[in-house]
Ligand binder design. Structure first.
Ligand code: FAD
Length: 255
């Protein structure tokens, strides 16, 4: 029996836990360590902050869910881990390619260690590092949004499942250099009241080999303000909380 320890139960950690619990929770020991007893849909916290929602509308207790999945939940915080980092910053920015971006999130020195969500170390800036007029360094890093966090979590859960069955290396990938991301910020939490700023990028990490001019598909990379984006935010709030809460059919919904 393998023992899998997941540190953190945020968007990425809870995604890994959901899938590993479903796929291998009966044959192997899955442990989640988190300093908070609840799961929180972080993107909707802005609505709590401005009084449009209450805390219980954006969070729920994890212990009963993990009990259903046979996951051992430890309410605690990790104090330290000691892997050598996998970020390599020695190359100049111009020498990096999109294909250098992490795909499996497996630590190259410790193959049993994976870093998903905002915990992984980006290998390079996604735009050329610059300096402001007064000399402040500007190092644009990859946006740490929820969509890639969940995609990485699901890919790593599938790789761990397959490696436990004998696969010699990770079987699933989720590279930010191949995926897009959406970020929507809305002013209201009511179905018909609200106006949202919606930003989409494809791909998250620019790929100048595929899109020489801008590094991105410019038809899928845009910023818009309006009610349609607000409806999207409203829908995502309900769908993702439904899914994270392991409601019927949760694993059929996109992450
Ligand atoms: C206001 C706001 C709005 C946002 N809106 C959007 C949006 O519209 N779309 C979008 O895609 N993204 C959005 N994001 C970003 C999104 O919330 C993050 O990308 C996402 O939460 C990252 O997931 P994660 O699991 O990597 O990290 P987190 O969600 O931060 O999870 C990390 C977990 O680790 C736990 N932890 C911390 N320390 C320890 C320790 N020592 N030991 C064990 N566990 C520990 C924490 O308690 C937490 O549960 C928004 C973020 C904010 C703040």
């Amino acid at each position: 029996m393998a023992r899998i320890v997941i540190l953190g139960a945020g968007i990425a950690g809870h995604t890994v836990a959901r899938y590993l619990g479903k796929w291998i929770g009966k044959q192997h020991q899955v442990i989640v360590v988190s300093p908070r007893p609840t799961w929180n849909w972080v993107p909707s916290n802005i609505w709590v902050g401005v009084g449009e929602m209450t805390e219980p509308q954006v969070s729920f207790e994890l212990a009963p869910l993990y009990q259903k999945l046979n996951i051992d939940f430890r309410l605690a915080g990790a104090l330290s881990i000691h892997p050598e980092g996998d970020a390599e910053h020695a190359k100049p920015f111009e020498d990096w390619r999109a294909r250098d971006w992490p795909r499996t999130y497996q630590n190259p020195t410790y193959p049993n260690l994976f870093a998903v969500g905002i915990a992984f170390a980006p290998p390079h800036a996604i735009s050329k590092p610059m300096k402001s007029r007064n000399g402040t360094p500007i190092n644009p890093t990859a946006p740490r949004t929820g969509m890639p966090s969940a995609a990485m979590g699901k890919a790593v859960a599938a790789s761990i499942r397959d490696m436990l069955k004998g696969a010699p290396a990770p079987t699933h990938t989720a590279s930010m250099a191949e995926a897009g991301a959406v970020c929507v910020a809305s002013t209201g939490a009511h179905l018909f009241k609200g106006s949202a700023a919606s930003i989409t990028v494809f791909r998250v990490v620019p790929d100048r080999d595929t899109y020489p001019q801008y590094g991105r598909d410019i038809d899928l990379t845009f910023f818009e303000v309006g009610l349609a984006g607000h409806w999207m935010k409203f829908l995502l709030h309900h769908v993702f909380i439904y899914q994270a809460n392991l409601r019927p059919g949760w694993s059929l919904l996109p992450d």
